[in-house]
Ligand binder design. Structure first.
Ligand code: CTP
Ligand code: CA
Length: 229
């Protein structure tokens, strides 16, 4: 890792990384959340900064401290993440969506705490779709040559699902994890395959999330050099 950082191959670049899970409020005390720890996104932010990039980290819910030398924006909901990422992406060379974005949010936010009613079953919670930030970033690049990277946690036919998702989202690179008991969520280690839109596949063996992060930047840096100085 030291050797990679010494290269400073992201110097002069602005990268935006999203991390952690969103929380979709139902009432003032309850939300719909997910199990993302934010560790992979934070590792991406730290390693990019070590390689010389200016880094904007848009962070959802996590218990991690703000990394030094990184601009951190804290958000709660998917819609706040959407707004913050799009704004930061305006002058970014690369955007990496490592955040676990809630696909749905409660259709209605109840301003007072929802109470039990004696003798009555609760009302069902209606959900609506959140914006697909990765698909939007991919379809409407804020600047030409901007690189867009997604993440996907899959089960079953992991690679086939990953390839289909890469095509559907329209991003340049997709990091595909198999979800399992000791992988991805909360762990400091990860194992993945990085799929590129040119058909190449880069396997990343089980190891620290920093190693996966550096392997991703190894793929991003030359792709940026191709387009702009
Ligand atoms: N993502 C996003 N906005 C959303 C949902 C997901 O930007 N509303 C991003 C995630 O940050 C991730 C990628 O899209 O980089 C893939 O997320 P994933 O949940 O695997 O994809 P979905 O299209 O939501 O598909 P699924 O139905 O499998 O959840
Ligand atoms: Ca999803």
């Amino acid at each position: 890792r030291g050797a990679r950082a010494a290269e400073q191959d992201l110097a002069g670049r602005h990268v935006v990384v999203s991390a952690g899970g969103t929380r979709e409020p139902l009432d003032p005390v309850r939300y719909l959340g997910n199990r993302s720890s934010g560790k992979q996104g934070y590792a991406l932010a730290r390693t990019a900064a070590a390689r010389g990039a200016r880094v904007t980290l848009v962070a959802g819910n996590t218990e991690l401290p703000d990394p030094a030398g990184v601009d951190v924006l804290h958000i709660g909901t998917a819609r706040q993440l959407h707004e913050a990422v799009l704004k930061a992406a305006a002058d970014a060379d690369a955007v990496v969506m490592a955040a676990a974005v809630a696909d749905f949010r409660p259709a209605v936010y109840t301003t007072g705490k929802i109470k039990k009613v004696e003798g009555r079953e609760p009302e069902p919670v209606a959900l609506v779709r959140n914006p697909d930030i990765l698909a939007e970033l991919s379809a409407e690049r804020a600047r030409s040559g901007q690189l867009v990277v997604g993440f996907a946690a899959e089960t079953d036919d992991v690679l086939a699902n990953g390839r289909a998702k890469l095509a559907r989202k329209g991003c340049d690179l997709l990091v595909v994890n198999e979800v399992g008991e000791h992988k991805a969520f909360g762990s400091a280690e990860n194992e993945a395959v990085i799929l590129a839109d040119d058909g190449t596949e880069t396997p990343v063996p089980y190891g620290p999330k920093e190693d996966l992060a550096d392997t991703l930047w190894d793929l991003v840096a030359p792709r940026l050099a191709e387009t702009r100085p």
